[in-house]
Design a protein around this ligand. Structure first.
Ligand SMILES: [Zn+2]
Length: 192
């Protein structure tokens, strides 16, 4: 309930988990699946190459996979050919394992130039940025509920669904269940 005593409108959440796959990714995927939540995991091609079995398990749990570049380097300073290779190689690694071509892309560090969108068109990828950042990639990798609350309240008034960003990190794994309850307490429902 807010200050006026009125329940805030229900917010539909779409959870995205960046980086990896690494040893924290599958436990996060399992906790979400237990709660009936499917998420979109933005993976890097190099980590997919290192962990094909984790990659496969993510989709086995009903989650989706997005393209997060190959090396997790900032793409905006690369040549057009280097950028294309980062995206193409990542698509190929993911398709080789899951047989599904990602349709969403999130540039590492949000470093992307709009004039390069033709690469995305070629690969049938759409950029997906976040609305609410759990803050777990900064500030000593701690989940920042104050930041999340602020962003959530701002977005819920004008958006039909809200994209949440968290990371495949140890601290985020420890917080995953608490995060789910935290949102549910705020009249939010996750994408099933
Ligand atoms: Zn990242």
């Amino acid at each position: 309930m807010d200050r006026t005593g009125v329940e805030p409108k229900i917010a539909q959440l779409y959870l995205t988990v960046d980086d990896g796959p690494n040893k924290h990714t599958l436990p996060i995927a399992e906790i979400l699946a237990r709660h009936g939540i499917t998420a979109l995991f933005f993976l890097t091609g190099l980590d997919v190459l290192k962990h094909p079995e984790i990659t496969r398990c993510i989709t086995d749990h009903g989650h989706r996979i997005g393209n997060h570049g190959y090396t997790h380097h900032a793409l905006d300073v690369m040549t057009i050919e280097e950028k294309r290779k980062e995206l193409v190689d990542t698509q190929n690694e993911i398709i080789a394992i899951t047989k599904i071509a990602p349709v969403k892309f999130r540039p590492p560090y949000f470093a992307w130039r709009q004039e390069d969108n033709n690469i995305l068109d070629e690969l049938r990828l759409a950029i997906l940025y976040e609305d609410v950042d759990m803050g777990d990639a900064t500030k000593d990798f701690k989940v920042d509920y104050e930041l999340a609350e602020h962003q959530l309240e701002k977005k819920r008034k004008r958006k039909d669904y809200i994209v949440i960003l968290m990371h495949s990190r140890e601290h985020s794994l420890d917080e995953t269940e608490r995060m789910i309850y935290w949102y549910e307490d705020r009249n939010c429902v996750f994408f099933p």
